[in-house]
Write a protein that binds this ligand. Structure first.
Ligand code: LMR
Length: 328
């Protein structure tokens, strides 16, 4: 841990509703960056914590650190490889330096909805993607859903040309950089925890995210409105280190992975509902939501979709074909 992270960890441990780990229990630290309620990842992480702490009592104890209180997504993988944290669930856009295979999830208009994403992830190709970073010391355990991305800015966005010249915050993904350049925007990579302040201060003009993130981080308060584009997805990889997983006794590992599997199935089935509720909560709080006519949406498709060509070699034409077959 860095000194700053240690200080933060101490503060968080002292101040938050942290699980009470008993002596002799293996502590499983799970760091993530979103809020905990009205959020697919936040809810799933809390459920995982509750079940581990109840069913593995005496053996293991999970501590969840939400809201970037322990690490942001740029730091968490490094901390995991050093053994300072055992579990994380960064979005698939955050693994750029470890694998290019996940770029398929960032390509705009690749998946028509979260059910298509689910089917792709549960296919043989998708499941094999859990293992693509083993050589780098990382083991994917499950895919967790968030949902479809929407666009927002400090002015109305109806046609892609409305985005021309605007600065957009993006996750650290070259696909998302290319996507924002395709609409004439100027992309800026930035940690999630910094986006609200950057929008508020005009460091960036706009961003893309799911309803639950736009609600949870209050982005709608510092944007003109949200345009319902459903142009891409945010999903997560629940990830651990190969070393940590290997260090577990087989029965402990099996019990933990069974709980994780059940939590994944239960909460993934609810992700669309959680995002729909977050969308309604934005409207109830006075946020502006704009919808597109089919013709307007087609303009976004026409401008964004050509970025696929740049990344076909990274993701594999056969995987694109498989994803499109699921959409059909
Ligand atoms: C983002 O950085 O916008 C998202 O990946 C945050 C998250 O974890 O949903």
């Amino acid at each position: 841990l860095t000194t700053a992270a240690t200080a933060l960890a101490l503060t968080v441990t002292a101040g938050a509703a942290m699980a009470d780990c008993d002596d002799g229990e293996m502590v499983i630290k799970f760091a993530h960056v979103t809020n905990t309620d009205k959020h697919p990842k936040g809810i799933a992480a809390s459920l995982l914590q509750d079940r581990v702490n109840e069913e593995m009592d005496g053996t293991a104890c999970m501590e969840v650190y939400p809201n970037s209180t322990l690490y942001n997504d740029d730091q968490v993988i490094e901390a995991m490889l050093q053994g300072d944290v055992q579990l994380a669930a960064p979005s698939l856009s955050k693994f750029e330096t470890f694998t290019k295979k996940y770029r398929i999830f960032d390509l705009p208009f690749m998946f028509k909805d979260i059910n298509a994403v689910d089917a792709f992830q549960n296919s043989e190709t998708g499941q094999a993607m859990l293992d693509t970073m083993q050589k780098r010391g990382l083991q994917g355990l499950a895919f967790w859903h968030n949902g479809m991305k929407q666009m927002s800015a400090n002015k109305p966005l109806l046609s892609p040309s409305d985005a021309e010249g605007l600065k957009f915050r993006v996750q650290p993904s070259e696909v998302l950089v290319a996507q924002m350049e395709a609409i004439g925007g100027s992309p800026q990579k930035m940690a999630f925890s910094e986006v609200y302040g950057a929008l508020q201060q005009g460091v960036v003009d706009g961003q893309e995210n799911t309803w639950s993130n736009i609600y949870g981080q209050k982005f709608f308060e510092v944007q003109d409105g949200i345009t319902e584009t459903n142009h891409g997805i945010i999903d997560y990889l629940v990830v651990t280190s190969v070393d940590w997983l290997d260090s577990l006794d087989a029965d402990v590992r099996d019990q933990f992975l069974t709980i994780l599997d059940e939590v994944t199935t239960t909460r993934n089935a609810e992700s669309a509902k959680v995002n729909a509720e977050a969308k309604q909560a934005i409207i109830d709080a006075g946020g502006t939501v704009r919808t597109l006519s089919p013709e307007q949406r087609q303009q976004w498709v026409d401008v964004m979709k050509p970025v696929w060509a740049e990344f076909t070699d990274d993701v594999g034409q056969e995987n694109i074909d498989a994803a499109q077959a699921i959409n059909a």
